[in-house]
Design a protein around this ligand. Structure first.
Ligand code: MN
Length: 160
């Protein structure tokens, strides 16, 4: 039987504190060990601000008219404003991010959140300022390609 004493009690509490902290937020360095899918390749298009990565998971075909991709945003990174003619579903798998539709306040997203973005609705998504963000994007492909618009300005990004 373990004797109860103050020293055991304190070290037990320290272990608990450490494990709580580790489960909270995957920071940049911890990404690959905490996320589900591969990070993929750095996105080089002009449709993003900051550093983001894309791993394609499913390409659309005649049977499944959706594409599925895993997108990782480093802190502060975000997409431009854009439109999906057939809408999009976002499954948040890690980090802290934002989603905003034109004219609406931005939503703060955490692991487990699901966003249903309606067709032809200007919006953007990306990481929060201090934490990376990982999402699986399921995009309808049977009504045409994504229409890319202007970048999200710092003023828009920092708005509450
Ligand atoms: Mn989108």
């Amino acid at each position: 039987i373990m004797k109860f004493n103050l020293k055991n009690c304190l070290s037990f509490r320290i272990v608990l504190l450490v494990s709580c902290k580790e489960n909270k937020m995957p920071d940049k360095a911890k990404h690959n060990t905490t996320t589900i899918f591969q990070q993929g390749q750095k996105i080089t298009s002009d449709n993003f601000t900051g550093v983001a990565y894309l791993q394609s998971l499913v390409d659309a075909d005649s049977l499944n008219t959706i594409s599925v991709g895993n997108v990782t945003f480093e802190p502060g990174a975000r997409s431009n404003w854009h439109i999906h003619p057939a809408g999009q579903i976002l499954l948040v798998t890690g980090g802290v991010g934002y989603y905003q539709e034109k004219g609406q306040p931005k939503k703060v997203l955490h692991k487990g959140d699901v966003i249903k973005c309606p067709p032809n609705t200007p919006h953007w998504h990306g990481a929060s300022k201090d934490a990376a963000f990982v999402q699986v994007a399921i995009t309808g492909r049977n009504r045409g390609a994504t229409v890319w618009l202007e970048p999200v300005s710092d003023r828009e990004y920092n708005e509450k």
